[in-house]
Design a protein around this ligand. Structure first.
Ligand SMILES: *Cc1c(COP(=O)(O)O)cnc(C)c1O
Length: 487
């Protein structure tokens, strides 16, 4: 299957392997599949009892990507390292309410579901073509650890990761600074996530930096969800969630479900959108936002407007976003390349775009959305914890969709995107009802004691590991540090 750009009509098609090595298409567009494979009732009937890897293999086969079967098998075998035999367990927590736990990978957030196999595939391509890639990542906490873990000690790849010093949880920071790999560099930045991201962008525009990369025979690539290599793996678990409800006899084959996704860059819910379009019986996709409500505003009013907005810091930092890249892929799918370019140009120029009434109706055929705030998330974490289910602040936003958007008995699957261990101080505050600033370690121990649960080894071990990366640098020093690293 080939890939086309979201901003140009009738342009040359590219292969999957090209698209994942060069994720940026013409005019700053993104690559999308030219057509999607379809899943019929037989597919669901025959995979009711399949393992996650078997479902993944079948879905990837339907996409006919130009990656050898043996490489796909190796990539999928990385799910064996997750700490649960099923990498995506789907659990019922309330009437018609199910949680797909996407956080059983090494860095305890859903990013591992895609980055683990994607990292293997990209590195294998680089090796076979004798190319070398530098991957730059600026992180607010989850993408960094997942990228480093995926690429550590992989041939032909180097990763430089920037995180805001003091802007992540202790667990997230430890996941980065204790990651041991000769091909990794991790820099703490004096500043916030925006500063880290700005520094990264100016680096990408710097001619001296590019010259140096060329001298070292390095090409740049990206591992964020603009890369379709991640999206393809994010389609699979939504299909798998449907299969789990079939297997558990919650639904009959063909009956519809709702899927709710706590969204930031829109990559996770885009995967669900493609799953729906391919034929997974999904009635609606519910998108939840935190106080940075650009996505819910778009889906409710048809206006994407960041002109008067600045980023608000919340307890669900992975959803703190103003420019949500993957919305573009849905716009393309619904309105075509010319209109997408028009809307994206308008966003770049006026910091705003407005859909027509008809366009909004089309968008709302698939999506509904609701915004929340920190107070809501804290209250919800407490209520559900009292009833025996511990959820992180991102996942908690999904409960609002259960309360407000679900208006019938159709079962709902919410995507749990991070484990409680990644945001333990917030959760300790929520369940104790006290405004105390716990350290991550204190909070983890307190919650584990109170709830009679174990802190997973992958988290506990972090506190004993040696800190490898100690540098905290000024944004002006980033370029020199990265140049020293790649030499
Ligand atoms: C990345 C992330 C999100 C947002 O996912 P998108 O695909 O960017 O919409 C939500 N929750 C957690 C915990 C994350 O790490």
């Amino acid at each position: 299957m080939n890939f086309i750009s979201t901003r140009v009509e009738n342009e040359n098609e590219v292969t999957f392997s090209y698209a994942i090595q060069n994720p940026s298409a013409t005019y700053g567009g993104l690559y999308v599949p030219k057509e999607l494979p379809t899943l019929d009732e037989n597919f669901f009937e025959s995979h009711k009892n399949s393992t996650y890897k078997e479902v993944a293999k079948s879905v990837l086969n339907l996409f006919k990507i130009d990656i050898e079967e043996s490489v796909i098998d190796e990539a999928l075998s990385l799910y064996d390292n997750f700490d649960n035999q099923d990498p995506c367990p789907v659990k019922e927590i309330k009437d018609d309410l199910f949680v797909a736990e996407l956080y059983h990978g090494p860095t305890r957030a859903f990013k591992d579901m895609a980055l683990q196999p994607f990292g293997y595939i990209l590195s294998d391509l680089a090796k076979k073509q004798d190319k070398n890639f530098l991957i730059l990542a600026a992180t607010s906490g989850d993408t960094g650890p997942a990228t480093l873990d995926s690429f550590k000690n992989k041939p032909n790849i180097k990763v430089a990761c920037l995180y805001p010093d003091g802007g992540t949880s202790d667990v997230q920071k430890l996941q980065m600074v204790t990651e041991d790999g000769k091909n990794l560099e991790v820099l703490g930045i004096k500043g916030d996530f925006d500063d880290a991201q700005k520094a990264l962008k100016s680096l990408l525009a710097s001619s001296s930096f590019k010259e140096e990369l060329q001298k070292q025979n390095l090409s740049l690539s990206a591992a964020n969800s603009v890369n379709f290599g991640r999206i393809i793996f994010q389609i699979i678990y939504h299909i798998y969630s449907y299969l789990q409800l079939l297997k558990q006899n919650t639904i009959k084959n063909g009956e519809k479900i709702y899927i709710t996704v706590p969204s930031g860059n829109f990559g996770n819910v885009l995967g669900a959108y493609y799953a729906k379009k391919m034929g997974t019986p999904i009635k609606k996709l519910f998108v939840t936002s935190n106080a940075n409500n650009v996505l819910s505003e778009l889906i409710n009013t048809g206006v994407y407007d960041i002109s008067g907005k600045s980023l608000k810091k919340t307890i669900s930092p992975a959803m703190d976003i103003l420019i949500s890249s993957n919305v573009e892929r849905v716009l393309f799918d619904k309105f075509g390349a010319n209109r997408t370019k028009e809307l994206m140009d308008s966003l770049a120029k006026d910091k705003k775009y407005t859909l027509t009434k008809e366009e909004l109706e089309l968008l709302r055929e698939d999506f509904e959305a609701v915004a929340t705030d920190d107070k809501y998330a804290i209250k919800t974490i407490k209520t559900y914890s009292d009833n025996g289910y511990l959820m992180d602040p991102h996942t908690a936003t999904c409960i609002k969709a259960y309360e407000e958007l679900k208006k019938d008995s159709t079962p709902m699957v919410i995507c749990s995107t991070a484990e409680w261990t990644k945001f333990a101080p917030t959760i300790a505050k929520a369940i104790s009802g006290e405004d105390i600033d716990f350290s991550d370690f204190e909070a983890l121990s307190m919650i584990a004691n109170e709830k009679h649960i174990e802190i997973p080894k992958m988290v506990k071990n972090l506190f004993e590991k040696e800190v490898i990366f100690k540098k905290i640098v000024d944004t002006k020093e980033i370029e020199q540090n990265i140049l020293n690293f790649i030499k």
